[in-house]
Design a protein around this ligand. Sequence first.
Ligand code: SAM
Length: 279
Amino acid sequence: MEILSSVDLVKKYGFKFTKSLGQNFLTDDSVLDAIVEGAEVDKDDFVIEIGPGVGVLTCRLINKAKSVCAIELDDKLIPILEQELGSCENFELIHGDALKVNFKEIIGDEQSVKVVANLPYYVTTPIISRFLTEGYNFKSLTIMIQKEVAERINGVPRTKAYGALSVFAQYYCDTSIVKRVPAGCFIPQPKVDSIVIKLDKLEKPKVEVDDEKFFFKVVKQAFQMRRKTLWNCMKVLGLEKERLIEAFEEANIDMKRRGETLSIEEFATLANCIYKKTK
Ligand code: SAM
């Protein structure tokens, strides 16, 4: 199966872009190939694509995967996708909102599920959050997102990019940067550069925590005031001073450190020690 470029398809159908839907279509073949390669799609895979646009990435996925289910919100793109890709037997198109569709139903009893997408920027965080926390059976997310967000997801301690989002994503997944993509690779050109990032879901979270909600509260608190010491950040959790001191001692973490220096393992230890003192 072959398809024209985004530029030619836009011309062919006289397609008019809708800015509010984050429509920046990929025009660079090498980036499209890098996404499919980075996602490691093969003949056993059921691929979910969010936002197929005019279908340039979709077509490549169809050629590699067992089957592809694409979810597109824009009414104007549905007839184009049906015309261009509708004859493929391993392709299903859902006209709907990826923020609302029932992914459990879409996934059904598929065993090797990979999500691949050039995401509209406004859905990035909610989509990642849905996949990481709603318990779907999937192997990986390979997604093109805004550069800064990707760097935060992939952030390591003692860097500016490291924050609550890094710990959140790395609690559930191994993360890696697949490719940096300049704004010139899209029509129309977005204002920012992008990155293709891969999130490989771990079989179980990276660290053991006594209470997930409390763990994420501690992490959020630690980064809320980045320049303050952990002691100052944790004071607001409402624990008695002596008990909080004991928790830091038991965790073997110096309370004068800043949150941005803690590894995910250290955050787990600290959160577990503080949590025990709340009981
Ligand atoms: N995949 C194409 C490409 O790489 O050229 C298009 C990517 S474009 C960045 C994002 C696509 O997501 C657009 O086709 C847009 O209409 C679609 N979209 C926007 N919001 C959506 C939503 N909530 N659910 C599903 N698709 C959405």
